[in-house]
Design a protein around this ligand. Structure first.
Ligand code: HEM
Length: 233
């Protein structure tokens, strides 16, 4: 019997519907847009993933810390963790000195700080961030990887970020992982806070993508619909 408080739509579908417009925006904005147009450079890719790394570190530390907690336990899945892959890509792309040579963008710090705050709390908000990053990497990440292999011609040892060697059947895994989000949703009950957090996670990704495009091109990237906030605002 369904509990009276249980939302009618599963969490995975609800997250997809709620972030649909933001997903379209993420694809056509900033550095992601450049990648899809075949205009990515090695330095830009290194800058992007160096600034995603703190968010993944915070997310994966938080998921491990709360891995027994209600909801989180359904989706804390080490086979998708990306920290070691990002670190090996960065060493291949930018050399052993990458930690010092690549800029720390405030947008990357803001993304990581948001996740760290949720991890310091009860960890439930991490469910939304895991959805945005890992299902993003398992889906659109595969498209990005193919494009990056052509232009600027990144090699397999520079594209470990998008490679999931411990997942034999990615399509089957994606279905199972989305169901894990549905189970997490049933365990935590209310979806509204997670939907808002996932939308916020997309915004943080879009801001980082804009910042990387800005840093690489030195001029304002095309931003459909939404102006970039003034510096210092
Ligand atoms: C910052 C960039 C991006 C983020 C954060 C992101 C995130 C996501 C997420 C969370 C999903 C899972 C939807 C679900 O199954 O519930 C997804 C699916 C998908 N993404 Fe992305 N994505 C990004 C960029 C891209 C790009 C650049 C492409 C391709 C050009 C792309 C193509 C797809 C496709 C084809 C799916 C499967 C859609 C579906 O099954 O409904 N994404 N993405």
């Amino acid at each position: 019997m369904e509990m009276a408080s249980e939302p009618a739509t599963g969490l995975a579908d609800a997250l997809r519907a709620h972030t649909h417009a933001l997903h379209a925006e993420a694809e056509r904005t900033g550095y992601v847009r450049r990648v899809l147009r075949g205009e990515a450079e090695r330095a830009g890719h290194a800058l992007l993933i160096a600034n995603l790394l703190p968010a993944y570190r915070a997310l994966e530390a938080g998921l491990e810390r709360h891995r027994a907690a209600s909801g989180v336990r359904c989706i804390a899945e080490p086979t998708v963790y990306r920290t070691p892959a990002l670190e090996s890509d960065l060493a291949a792309l930018a050399g052993r000195d990458w930690r010092r040579s690549l800029a720390h963008l405030p947008e990357g710090e803001r993304y990581a700080a948001r996740i760290a705050r949720l991890a310091a709390d009860d960890g439930v908000g991490l469910i939304a961030h895991a959805y945005v990053r890992y299902l993003g990497d398992l889906n659109g990440g595969q498209v990005l990887s193919r494009v990056l292999a052509r232009s600027p011609g990144l090699t397999a040892d520079e594209l470990a970020f998008y490679d999931f060697p411990d997942i034999a059947d990615r399509e089957a895994f994606k279905i199972r992982y989305r169901r894990a989000f549905d189970r997490a949703g049933r365990e935590v009950g209310a979806h509204a806070a997670l939907l808002n957090e996932a939308a916020f996670a997309f915004r943080l990704n879009i801001e980082l993508s804009l910042a990387v495009a800005h840093a690489v091109s030195g001029h304002e990237p095309l931003t459909p619909g939404r102006p970039r906030p003034a510096p210092g605002s």
